[in-house]
Design a protein around this ligand. Structure first.
Ligand code: 13P
Ligand code: SF4
Length: 355
């Protein structure tokens, strides 16, 4: 199959962020959304392709419910990294955002790794370009650099250890007490980790456009209307949100909290599609998406994650593109700090399988 390397398609529009140079797009003659037969049973076709191509479908909790239900594994960034490393499939279909699919490729270089939409980036990744990051590191030569997994392969390659929201605290607590630390790119997660570990860290000023929009005032107002409700928040939220929260954790930690806690109502301060898994796990509980500043916006939906659809997932499997690619030199340099995370992070939690 012929591939056209990005940037290539004349009519393509990439409205936000900086496209990674690690994406190969379908060639000009490949099937597109416009050429899909409207009578096609997309779900059945995806299942057929999964069998025929020996593919595994990984989905992040922020994907739409239909994709989560179809996936072989649904998980948080750390779970999915581990799954990607362990699978013996020939093709990994990564329904999440680009940096997650890059991690799969870094860990599984001999597999085809595809993503439904090449534009599915992340505001944290966009905030932290490799050149500026390198200058920041060079200005702090005595610091170890811990970098949140929400970053490009290039930034990973310039980092000492990669962390996720579920592994960061553990890894920081195991660093020598006198070791100065740089933390990038999420300043809210970094500040939360400083408060939790008591370590002073130099923080990169990036933020998540989703978690930044919740309003502490509106959450408090919602809580007063639902007095029994507990608030569960992701540590990418600003401190003002975490202060009004009953639980702070990664996506899988939040899921575990709402499932095991005896309360019946929860306000969820993270991307709203996670509520799909919550409802599946605890059908008798009520989950309310945390509101933003105007109280009624749909701001808890990640616009990058929302680019992925069943149709695009199907096309990615047919076309074997958009596919992740990178030079072996970059891959090996990015692999090192990822392997450090996988070595340093606590033993794997049970991964939640889809239906
Ligand atoms: P988790 O690592 O908790 O799954 O979070 C990933 C993410 O992108 C949060 O916005
Ligand atoms: Fe990135 Fe935020 Fe979307 Fe997560 S929710 S992928 S951090 S933009």
């Amino acid at each position: 199959m012929q591939f056209a390397r990005f940037p290539k398609q004349d009519n393509a529009t990439y409205p936000t962020g900086t496209m990674s140079n690690t994406i190969i797009l379908p060639n000009a003659n490949a099937p597109t959304l416009a050429t899909i037969d409207p009578h096609l049973d997309i779900e059945a076709e995806i299942k057929r392709l999964r069998r025929e191509k020996n593919a595994v479908i990984l989905a992040h909790y922020y994907q739409e419910g239909e994709i989560q239900d179809l996936a072989d594994f649904v998980g948080d960034s750390l779970d999915l990294s581990r799954k990607a490393a362990a699978t013996d499939a020939d093709m990994i279909v990564f329904s999440g955002v680009r940096f997650m699919a890059e991690v799969a490729k870094i860990l599984s270089p001999d597999k085809i790794v595809v993503i439904p939409d090449a534009e599915a980036g992340c505001s944290l990744e966009d905030s932290c370009q490799a050149e500026a990051f390198k200058a920041w590191r060079d200005a702090h030569p005595d610091h170890i650099s811990l970098t949140y997994i929400n970053c490009s392969a290039e930034v990973k390659a310039l980092s000492d250890v990669i962390v996720t929201s579920s592994s960061a605290e553990y890894i920081i607590n195991n660093l020598p007490k006198d070791q100065p630390i740089l933390f990038a790119p999420d300043r809210h997660l970094g500040a939360y980790l400083q408060r939790k570990t008591g370590r002073d860290m130099v923080l990169w000023p990036g933020t998540c456009i989703v978690h930044e929009q919740f309003s502490a005032r509106e959450i408090t107002r919602l809580k007063s209307q639902h007095p029994g409700a507990l608030v569960a928040a992701h540590p990418e939220c600003p401190e003002s949100i975490l202060e009004v929260s009953d639980h702070v954790g990664s996506t899988s930690q939040i899921l575990n909290f709402v499932h095991t806690n005896p309360a019946n109502e929860f306000i969820v301060a993270t991307e709203l599609h996670i509520i799909h898994q919550m409802q599946k796990d605890s059908p008798n509980k009520t989950f309310l998406a945390a509101p933003g500043a105007d109280g009624g916006c749909n701001c808890a939906s990640c616009p990058y994650m929302a680019l992925n659809t069943m149709e695009k997932l199907y096309l990615a499997m047919v076309n074997e593109a958009p596919a992740i690619t990178m030079t072996e030199d970059l891959r090996l340099r990015a692999l090192k700090p990822l392997e450090r995370m996988l070595e340093l992070a606590p033993a794997a939690k049970p991964t939640q399988d889809a239906a």
